[in-house]
Design a protein around this ligand. Sequence first.
Ligand code: GDP
Ligand code: MG
Length: 306
Amino acid sequence: MSRTGKSTTEFRSGVVAIVGPPNAGKSTLLNRLLGQKIAIVSPRPQTTRNRILGIVNGENYQMIMLDTPGLHKAREIMNREMVRIAIDSLAEADVVLFLADGVRAGSDRNEQRLCEYAGYLGPVRCPVLLAVNKIDLLGEEQLLPLLDRLAAVHPFAEIIPISALTGQGVETLVAELAARLPPGPVYYPDDIPTDASERFIVAELIREKIFLLTREEIPYSTAVLIDSFKEPAGKKPAVIHATILVERGSQKGIILGKGGAMLGRIRQEAAADISQLLGCRVQLRLWVKVKKKWTTNPQVLKELGL
Ligand code: GDP
Ligand code: MG
């Protein structure tokens, strides 16, 4: 990647922070840009708990994208930490991408909430782009007035309608983001999609299955800790042992399911994703352990990177 000689376009690089309300599609967008699943996705708010870094390479740019937990009014200590992670990432950014859910933004109540979220953007000095997501679910007659109204929420540098799911508009978005990066070096080798460890992504993939397969408060009461991770050797599979923490005995029963059926499904679906991630066969063993009030236990939160 020569940046000398007759090259007319300057190489650009820097940090793009993806922020926005829970469930807007931030993690889905990051996975699409990376062409692989690094960030977990579910229909529930607050699926993402940590900051996930993904590196997107183009001919003339390198974007270091930060996927963040959703901005929301948080009371509990863990949720406050999650919002803090999102706000901190704003300070590191060269460009901020504010992602809104185009379907939900349509209602008055949600527009008002979007204004509240946009309040976090007040102190931001770098360009802020707005992407209005999920346009695969919107008709043009809904989209155009919505874009007008959202333009009034904050002085966005650009407003771009996209669908992270189908990819519509995503190329335009990437070009607009890249154009606003400062001139800079190649920070990461171009074959490294993320700085997250395999261990972290493995724990996240298990957590995603819990988010997708269980209901109500269960996903929010669980955490996944990797106890051991043995690399594959020759024909032997990778061997991974993990513990699912829950807050109460009744929750343990739900995660286990009748005769262990629920845990079996979580294990099976997670193992399939992990096998794809690692590119090898995987033997996954899961345990469920009750740890009262782990969401307020500083030691556990530290272990989870919060
Ligand atoms: P996050 O909380 O902002 O990270 O949102 P997620 O990426 O976890 O997505 C939340 C939900 O919205 C998931 O069920 C996604 O499949 C869904 N979703 C994300 N982007 C799109 C999109 O462009 N169109 C549609 N129809 N659904 C989407
Ligand atoms: Mg997310």
